[in-house]
Design a protein around this ligand. Structure first.
Ligand SMILES: [Zn+2]
Ligand SMILES: [Zn+2]
Length: 321
């Protein structure tokens, strides 16, 4: 079955599932839905095709300009060629997803990459279609860093295809507005429980948590997992109120110098607040509670973040209705 058919089937499945078992009350035609429909169509289908065409042309141009055969003989490992389907599939799933986790970290930690990734974090109500809200440059950046190393290992095309199908399903699932609890699977696979905390507004919880795309195991292994019993009260980022709502402005804003300057000003304001927090404020101190708050990344004076950390440490908090 072609990828478009899987995409269409998953879309219908999650559209129905969200109506039957919603996590939060979100109207079908919520704010930003038409933009997200564009992102779904463009990012899921045409972006892949455009990148494919561009890379074929680019490779052909490089091939014509330089003799790559010696390089191919040296670096093409081909260690997976000839291995059974399931071996290739499992190795690719783990290796590909770990690279994705690293790239996602970069998107949050490098300011000019964050300017592009902010589009995805402008989601204020999570649902399945939000999975596709991202800037086209982000798609190019992921693929540029993912495809080259994967190609050297000699994975079969059908293995790459099924890895894409599974990744798409989990991406839909993690963003879906579904009131489900995956139990112990939360430590292995990404889920709505985990991913909504990745989208949490800094007023609601610690930033830069739960970077996993398909697997959540990397966050548990490397200490970036965050999973209280409750759901975040608010999604987004600082300054989301003034973030563009129109599609074209969203696509253009990362290229604006002014936007980068705004980001830099916001960062320096945050760091100066950290340095000048007065004694007796809610800045983390030295006790065990303060250490927990600091480890969770709570910013000075962020009462909601601090209380979320305290609630998580002191036992389950009451779920949001
Ligand atoms: Zn992110
Ligand atoms: Zn997301």
């Amino acid at each position: 079955m072609i990828y478009s058919a899987w995409l269409f089937g998953f879309s219908l499945f999650f559209l129905a599932a969200e109506r039957l078992r919603p996590r939060h009350r979100v109207p079908l035609l919520r704010r930003g839905i038409w933009n997200d429909l564009f992102y779904l169509i463009f990012n899921s289908e045409y972006l892949g095709v455009l990148i494919g065409v561009a890379s074929i042309r680019l490779i052909a141009m490089v091939d014509a300009a330089v003799d790559l055969e010696p390089l191919r003989r040296t670096v093409a490992l081909g260690v997976m060629s000839g291995k059974p389907f399931w071996t290739q599939f499992l190795v690719l799933l783990v290796a590909y997803d770990f690279l994705q986790w690293l790239i996602h970290n970069l998107l949050h930690r490098v300011p000019w990459l964050w300017a592009f990734h902010k589009i995805h974090h402008s989601i204020e109500q999570l649902d399945w279609i939000g999975n596709w809200r991202f800037h086209w440059f982000e798609g190019v950046f992921y693929r540029a860093l993912l495809y080259a190393p994967m190609a050297f290992f000699g994975f079969r095309g059908e293995v790459m295809f099924w890895n894409g199908v599974v990744g798409t399903f989990v991406g839909f699932f993690a963003h879906a507005n579904l009131g489900v609890n995956v139990g112990w699977l939360r430590y292995i696979v990404n889920s709505p429980q985990m991913h909504q905390w990745h989208h949490a507004h800094p007023d609601s919880g610690p930033p830069d948590r739960n970077f996993g795309l398909t697997l959540s195991v990397w966050d548990w292994l490397f200490g970036t997992a965050w999973l209280p019993e409750s759901d975040p009260g608010r999604l987004g980022f600082t300054g989301i109120e003034t973030y563009p709502k129109s599609l074209w402005r969203q696509l253009l804003v990362p290229f604006w110098k002014g936007q980068r300057e705004l980001n830099a000003a916001a960062r320096s304001a945050t760091s100066s607040t950290r340095q000048t927090a007065p004694a007796g404020s809610q800045h983390p101190g030295t006790g065990p509670r303060a250490r927990r708050r600091r480890a969770a990344g709570c910013r000075s004076g962020n009462a909601r973040c601090n209380s979320a950390v305290d609630r998580a440490a002191g036992g389950p908090a009451s779920p949001r209705s």
